[in-house]
Design a protein around this ligand. Structure first.
Ligand code: 16G
Ligand code: ZN
Length: 555
């Protein structure tokens, strides 16, 4: 057809460097931005085909998340706002690696295998992060969509979860909300205000939160949101991109991996104790905000789909509240509300092998919730969480959300609207309803998670220290090991045991036996050419030593 000629013509403007092989990994293609132009063009084409196949709008997000500024990447979003289905990850890899002269054949192969009617309309939503390469790379995506005769809508600068949200809204005819950034802000902020109106006696200090925007898109978007939140939340936003470099010594990944505060955020440990860090205007009065021990801070990652919390105590000790602590807080809150509402809905928590052993034990033994462990990568957790009435999923690194089954949502809705109930039961039902609205169920969302956490702390009248003491993390250590070929390591049991190379698991088992409350595993990274080692034990020295010994066994 004409479209194929157009694809051929346009693709010569986005040529593939011959011999370059890239793979659609755990979260799409990701590498140095200079290798990605042809990938973007081709993903535009693939998104258009996926749209024809599903007869729905598809999303394409240009971002490399927590990677350095010089990298970039791209991921596809399926109709309900979820990650693209695995078979199409395979097509993405095939299309990306076809040499220039084989591009049409590769396309026709996909069209045939999926019996796609290419005369159908195609609709694609495109978004990008703040990287310097993102503008030209997202233009290449738009070119790809157009070459196939598809329509696109360019959302410009948005967080990854915002784009997931837009795609879901569009394909559910607005039932999930309006497919606009403005619609997103108003839905979330209204839900937040419904939640926190039950905690009206909060002081200004309790309403204050320091936000590390990782010098990325999250900072821009949380600032846009600020006005909608009125005085319900008072944020001081740091690393907002005005000076520093994206993800450099800041952001959720840095804080989680280094287990220390980011640069660019005043902290007690950095000698900023008692220093004014911001001035807020309120009812015509200015008030200066100081940093003090125990102040709540959070960090987003580079595309704002992850969040971690932390504080520094008066001894200068840093305390991290990671994805496991977040899952526990949310789970506690939901269980309490379900109890008060007398609703019989099952709550499950989905984790990965990286979940701190203390969190798993607490959730299982004290909270008595169902625990499920999956392989690393959001799509695995998301999928597992869909099996339950309410599935709370979080990776320790801070990516996560809560999924409500359709039946659970309906039950909550009915109860909230039931005129025959009142008192505590009614209040709990209304809180559950607003909780559903504040959550972005399409994917983990730093802004939405932040609002939910802030609301829970407000409603429960809980400080970050009290939250931190729900359970005590086991000391742990992560290391990476460079090996000749990381693919020789094969794992099973949600990556908790190695099946090859032979003897490796036995070696790990006997090392683990030397330590108390110890656990360790190795897995090939899905995003870097390294093997990752995780160890935990009853002391930091033990965890460090075990991780080191296991990393030697990997060679
Ligand atoms: C990707 C995943 C993240 C996972 C990480 C593991 C998504 C959106 N992101 O960033 O969930 O924790 O990879 O990386 O799925 P690794 O395989 O290098 O350890
Ligand atoms: Zn991210």
């Amino acid at each position: 057809t004409d479209n194929f000629e157009e694809v051929l013509k346009q693709s010569s403007l986005h040529p593939k460097p011959s011999g370059l092989v890239l793979e659609y990994g755990t979260s799409g293609f990701r590498t140095n931005a200079k290798h990605l132009d042809h990938i973007m063009f081709r993903m535009g084409i693939l998104a258009a085909l996926r749209s024809q196949k599903t007869k729905a709008t598809i999303g394409v997000m240009v971002t490399a998340s927590h990677n350095p500024e010089e990298d970039n990447g791209v991921k596809l979003i399926d109709p309900m706002g979820e990650m693209v289905t695995p078979a199409w990850e395979g097509y993405a890899t095939q299309l990306a690696n076809a040499e220039q002269e084989d591009l049409l054949a590769a396309l026709k192969d996909i069209i045939e295998k999926e019996s796609i009617n290419v005369s159908l309309e195609a609709n694609v939503f495109v978004g990008k992060d703040t990287r310097s390469s993102s503008a030209r790379l997202s233009q290449a995506v738009l070119d790809g969509v157009k070459a196939l005769g598809g329509h696109s809508k360019d959302y410009g600068l948005v967080t990854t979860p915002q784009l997931h949200y837009m795609v879901c809204c569009q394909n559910t005819q607005g039932k999930y909300g309006a497919a606009t950034v403005e619609g997103y802000y108003s839905k979330l902020s209204q839900a937040f205000s419904q939640l926190t109106k039950n905690a009206s006696n909060r002081t200004d200090d309790q309403k204050h939160l320091c936000v590390d925007g990782a010098n990325g898109i999250g900072a821009l978007k949380v600032r846009e949101m600020e006005g909608h939140l009125k005085n319900d939340l008072q944020m001081s936003i740091f690393n907002d991109g005005s000076k520093g470099t994206l993800n450099l010594h800041c952001g959720a990944d840095f804080v989680k991996v280094q287990q220390k505060p980011p640069t660019g955020v005043p902290s007690v440990g950095n000698g900023d104790w008692g220093q004014p860090v911001a001035v807020v205007e309120e009812n015509g009065l200015s008030r200066s905000i100081e940093i003090n021990p125990g102040d709540r801070c959070c960090s987003f990652d580079g595309d704002a789909d992850r969040i971690v919390y932390y504080y520094t105590d008066s001894q200068g000790h840093f305390h991290l509240l990671d994805g496991d602590k977040i899952a526990t807080l949310i789970c506690t809150f939901l269980k309490e509300l379900l109890n008060q509402a007398a609703l019989d809905l099952k709550v499950a928590v989905v984790q990965t092998a990286y979940a701190n052993g203390s969190s798993t034990r607490y959730l299982e033994d004290v909270m008595k919730v169902i625990i499920k462990c999956t392989k690393t990568g959001v799509k695995h957790l998301h999928h597992a969480a869909q099996e339950f009435d309410i599935g709370v999923y979080f990776e320790a690194n801070g990516h996560g959300t809560v999924l409500f089954s359709k039946a659970a949502e309906e039950k909550i809705q009915q109860l909230a609207e039931d005129g025959s109930i009142s008192g505590e039961r009614k209040k709990a039902a209304l809180l559950l309803q607003s909780t559903i609205s504040v959550i972005n169920q399409t994917v983990g969302d730093a802004i939405s998670d932040m609002l939910l956490i802030e609301a829970i702390l407000a409603i429960k009248g809980m400080t970050v220290q009290q939250w931190d003491t729900i359970y005590t993390d086991l000391p742990n250590r992560q290391l990476k090991v460079k090996v000749a070929d990381r693919r020789v390591i094969d794992t099973t049991d949600a990556e908790r045991r190695a099946v090859s190379p032979a003897g490796l698991q036995d070696a790990i088992d006997s090392l683990v036996k030397k330590y108390r409350q110890a656990r360790s595993f190795v897995r090939p990274s899905g995003t870097e050419d390294v093997v990752r080692v995780y160890a935990e034990a009853d002391t930091q020295e033990g965890a460090d030593a075990l991780a080191h010994e296991v990393s030697l066994a990997v060679y």
